[in-house]
Design a protein around this ligand. Structure first.
Ligand code: GLN
Length: 469
């Protein structure tokens, strides 16, 4: 029986091609461990009923001699990425009962690459959160310590991999929702360059920031999972081609550290220590470390918490009880809207819709939304300038290790501060990878590498050197 917790996609693919085990056996191993352990972790909202049928198809292809990058590999999908014929709720009651009538581009590409779509994973409602506690379908636990959160909003996908249920999984990242849970669950997590992966069929949070990306056990696996879904898509006009960002600069192993930013208030001692160890490791791998000043990135979080709710309030207007999912009857159509949205959306979603509507309202538009956009431009320019002299920026992924369930849920500001290191990459559209960098006791910690636009290649080189695979 294949041992999923200690298997990489690369080695599983080899074993499948050599018929050391079949895709059915691999899928069955995955179903068995989920059955045994997911009642405690609650990573999955649904395990699909056609998993073994998908595996049999993969076995047939293997027998025919086909060799696709993900043939027979079980992967989990965040509950906001549409799969044809399956339910998708984005962790919200308002989408209860909604069945997708098409595949998202990412899922279509996964199917073409031979992957087995195992099921959909839990998430913060509409991807708003850093703990997966705002899901309408219960909390997900951190597989390393069940009293703690797995991070969020893609906490289910991170926990599914961290617990050894799958060989890879996918999430979405608007302000850190892949990288932060990856750090909390001890996995690799990648947010690609904005536009690298199609958002067609991704339930939108903030369209100018959202990107789909993978969770993996190794950097090589993250690269395989990323390659499978990337590419320009006629169904998403914001996708880019391989030529959009020419690779002009040669990789010269120079890492910049924005010291003032890294030493921000509220960063845990254990995180600081772990970070310094990672810096030493990069030095020993032959990297040149430079301290850099990025005076504007400290304002990324403030800009993010205006731009994101503004876009979310507009994107979520479509959930009116008529087109999708939940419907509540009132005495007229306006009351239908009020009732459906009042009962269908959770607290955090309502908070952000109100915030977003406020910052976009005519009297405040320029003061809030306009200023946030100007700050976004300053941050983007500052980072663009920085990458002329360095190849990568290194920071911790999160200011703290995984926190206790319930610890921050009633204090939204404390929760938002979790995103301090992750949001700059979304604001500037840059690719960014979180790498597991050791433990604080039983709790995993992560460091984060950011590269220039379109330079995922640099993240993979440095990531493989750091993790060894
Ligand atoms: N934690 C951030 C938020 O709550 C990030 C969300 C995300 O990346 N989807 O908005």
């Amino acid at each position: 029986m294949p041992d999923l917790a200690n298997l990489s996609i690369k080695s599983a693919r080899d074993a499948l091609q050599k018929k050391e085990f079949s895709a059915r056996e691999l899928a069955q191993a995955s179903l068995d461990v989920i059955k045994e352990k997911d009642k405690d972790v609650h990573a999955f909202l649904e395990v699909f009923d056609d998993v073994l049928a998908q595996a049999d198809e993969a076995d047939k292809k293997i027998t025919k001699g086909e060799n696709l990058p993900l043939l027979g590999i079980p992967v989990a999908i965040k509950d906001n990425i549409l799969v044809d014929g399956k339910s998708a709720t984005a962790g919200s009651k308002i989408l209860e009962g909604f069945i997708s009538s098409y595949d998202s581009t990412a899922v279509k590409k996964l199917k073409d690459a031979g992957a087995i779509i195992l099921g959909r994973t839990n998430m913060d409602e509409f991807a708003m959160g850093s703990s997966t506690e705002s899901s309408a379908y219960g909390v997900t636990k951190n597989p390393h310590d069940l009293s703690r959160v797995p991070g969020g909003s893609s906490g289910g996908s991170a926990a599914a991999l961290g617990a050894g249920f799958v060989l890879g999984s996918y999430g979405s990242d608007t302000g850190g929702s892949i990288r932060q849970p990856a750090a909390f669950c001890g996995t690799v997590g990648l947010k690609p360059t904005y536009g690298r992966v199609s958002r067609f069929g991704l339930i939108a949070l903030a369209s100018s920031l959202d990107q789909i990306g993978p969770f993996a056990r190794t950097v090589s696996d993250a690269e395989i999972l990323y390659d499978a879904i990337r590419g320009q898509d006629i169904l998403d006009s914001t996708t880019i081609s391989d030529e959009t960002y020419p690779k002009e600069k040669k990789f010269s192993k120079i890492i910049g550290i924005p010291r003032t930013f890294v030493e921000s208030e509220g960063v845990d001692e254990s995180v600081k220590k772990n970070f310094e160890k990672a810096v030493e490791k990069f030095k020993s791998l032959g990297y040149e470390i430079k301290d850099i000043e990025l005076p504007h990135i400290q304002h990324s979080l403030a800009a993010y918490y205006i731009i994101m709710p503004a876009e979310a309030s507009s994107n979520l207007a479509r959930f009116d009880g008529v087109k999708y999912g939940l419907h509540k009857d009132g005495s007229d159509v306006i009351e239908d809207y009020f009732k459906t949205r009042g009962q269908g959306f959770g607290k955090e979603t309502r908070r952000r819709i109100i915030l977003g509507t406020y910052v976009l309202s005519s009297g405040y538009y320029d003061e809030y939304y306009g200023s946030a956009l100007r700050m976004k431009e300053l941050i983007t320019d500052e980072l663009k300038e920085a990458f002329k002299k360095i190849d990568l920026i290194l920071t911790p992924t999160t200011p703290t290790p995984a926190f206790k369930i319930g610890e921050k849920i009633s204090n939204p500001l404390a929760m938002y501060l979790e995103d301090i290191f992750t949001v700059p990459a979304n604001i500037a559209g840059l690719p960014c990878i979180s790498l597991s960098s050791g433990f604080d006791g039983v709790l995993p910690l992560g460091i984060e590498l950011t590269a220039g636009l379109g330079r995922e290649d640099n993240l993979f080189i440095a990531g493989k050197e750091f993790l060894g695979e």
